[in-house]
Design a protein around this ligand. Structure first.
Ligand code: BES
Ligand code: ZN
Ligand code: ZN
Length: 480
């Protein structure tokens, strides 16, 4: 795990490798830190459009990175700084250095974004190699030389990096190593470590409650379903009523009897990315003691095939009492989320956010660069939320919940069916979920950005941990 360490100027060792960071427009600030020949070289390089270089000196390496400022667009310049950070990490690793001290001449938000990209890019998932050390890039100590960092910024950065890596680890862990019981156990352990209250409802309790959606999805499995409830409630919380986060926790989605194709199934260990994001965000919130009352609800199951499988066409009774004709057992996410959304009503929440790898339609519509979202929260809440999307570059695109999109969810034998027929599958899913809410609510379909086929900047191949930074940014500012 890569963390950011903080040291003061006075304590920076004379022989430490250096990374000098400045805005392209402020090249002259580097004059004092570089030797005259180095500065001249840098000036020429920058003119040619080369903004990163390395000067080897006898006692240390000096890396220089020039960031692109933008007066017009903060979010974009921070994102570029993150991308620069992950690019710089590659250069640093190329030289096999073990530690580097970062001296920045940029405004703090730019420096922090650069460091964030560098740290996020350092993620590796190695535990299943028989000799992990052979696959691993050597550990790197990143120290920020700063005498007056913004209060809590370094602690917050480390809490966030840890939370994103946790979410990535959970998504990357294959079903052979993360079944429903294991996910519920990890959730409990991690919540307790971070002083969140946690309760795990087991099969018997779910049966008593009548969580028909969750029970139906899990009924073919030899592994029981769970329902985890996490709570962070500091004494100084700003919100009167809680914000509830719901995360889809399908540890593996075969599609059930409406079986997926091998190509579509291959990545389906990622189907608990919503639950991983909620757990990660709650950890970061609790670790940095944010003054906001948050509850996390994680319905956990797998979606398997067996002699007791749910049959396409079956009618089930949801926790809310609504009856649903399950025309497609692969549309399982909405069934378990619906029960969780109904459960959320008992908290009389101010706002409920659900995160789910819910539809292939979301992937086809937006690829991996955006999250589809929709819901009934007030326009101001949506705008703040979209701002968080830009701040973290986990960008959000709103889709409508117009009545017409719900029309094909009508069943001829039950209250609803679980699949529509139109091409706008992510909206049909949203309309289905809306039925189980009676509070301000937003639904995030993270199927596109949750799991990547190839790495992209500071986002690694496979699990990205999407949603953690977004939720954290939103909740940190919530009610301010
Ligand atoms: N878990 C899948 C959605 C998914 C697709 C996640 C691609 C990540 C990447 C979900 O349970 C599903 O199978 N949805 C179906 C719904 C359909 C049957 C109405 C889909 O989108 O194909
Ligand atoms: Zn499915
Ligand atoms: Zn699924």
């Amino acid at each position: 795990m890569q963390y950011l360490h903080l040291i003061s100027t006075a304590n920076c060792p004379a022989h430490e490798n250096l990374l000098l960071l400045a805005l392209r427009s402020d090249l002259d600030l580097l004059k004092g830190a570089l030797e005259p020949g180095e500065y001249l070289f840098l000036q020429k390089a920058a003119k040619k459009g080369v903004f990163a270089c390395c000067f080897p000196r006898a006692e240390r390496l000096v890396f220089v990175h020039l960031l692109e400022p933008s007066a017009a667009d903060n979010a974009l310049q921070w994102e570029k700084a993150r991308q620069s950070g992950s690019q710089q990490l590659r250069d640093i690793r190329h030289y096999k250095v073990e530690s580097v001290a970062v001296v920045s001449y940029c405004p703090h938000p730019m420096t922090l974004a650069f460091l964030e990209g560098l740290l996020l890019g350092s993620y590796q998932f190695l535990r299943h190699y028989s000799s992990p050390e052979r696959q691993a890039a050597p550990p790197l100590q990143v120290r920020w030389v700063c005498d007056a960092p913004p209060a809590g910024a370094v602690e917050e950065m480390n809490a966030l990096i840890e939370a994103v890596f946790l979410a990535r680890d959970l998504v990357n862990e294959p079903h052979s190593h993360l079944n429903t019981t294991q996910l519920a156990e990890v959730t409990r352990a991690i919540a307790e470590q971070n002083s969140c209250r946690v309760e795990v409802l087991t099969l018997e309790e779910l049966r008593k409650l009548g969580m028909g959606g969750l029970l139906a999805v899990s009924q073919a499995s030899e592994m029981p379903p769970y329902f985890c409830i996490l709570e962070w409630k500091p004494t100084n919380h700003r919100n009167q009523r809680p914000v509830v986060l719901v995360g889809k926790g399908v540890v593996y989605d075969t599609g059930g009897l409406s079986l997926k194709t091998p190509e579509a199934m291959e990545s389906m260990k990622c189907d608990m990315a919503g639950a991983a994001a909620v757990l990660g965000a709650m950890c970061a919130i609790a670790k940095t003691r944010q003054p906001v009352h948050v509850i996390g609800l994680l319905p956990i199951t797998d979606n398997k095939v067996g002699s007791r499988s749910l049959m396409p066409g079956d009618v089930i009774r949801m926790y809310s009492g609504t009856t649903v004709e399950v025309t497609n057992t692969d549309a399982e996410g909405r069934l378990i989320l619906a029960d969780a959304l109904h459960y959320a009503k008992r908290y009389q929440p101010e706002l409920v956010l659900d995160l789910a790898t819910l539809t292939g339609a979301a992937v086809r519509a937006l690829g991996s660069h955006a999250i589809c979202y929709m819901g009934t929260a007030a326009p101001e809440v949506k705008r703040t939320f979209e701002e968080s999307g830009m701040n973290t570059y986990e960008r959000l695109v709103e889709l409508p919940l117009w009545e017409e999109y719900g029309e094909d969810l009508k069943s001829s034998i039950a209250d609803l069916k679980n699949m529509g027929h139109g091409p706008a599958g992510m909206i049909s899913a949203g309309k289905f979920l809306e039925h189980f809410t009676d509070y301000p609510w937003l639904h995030l379909d993270i199927a596109g950005p949750a799991y990547l086929r190839a790495s992209s900047g500071y986002r690694p191949k496979d699990g990205t941990g999407v949603g953690v930074r977004l939720l954290f940014d939103f909740l940190k500012r919530y009610g301010c």
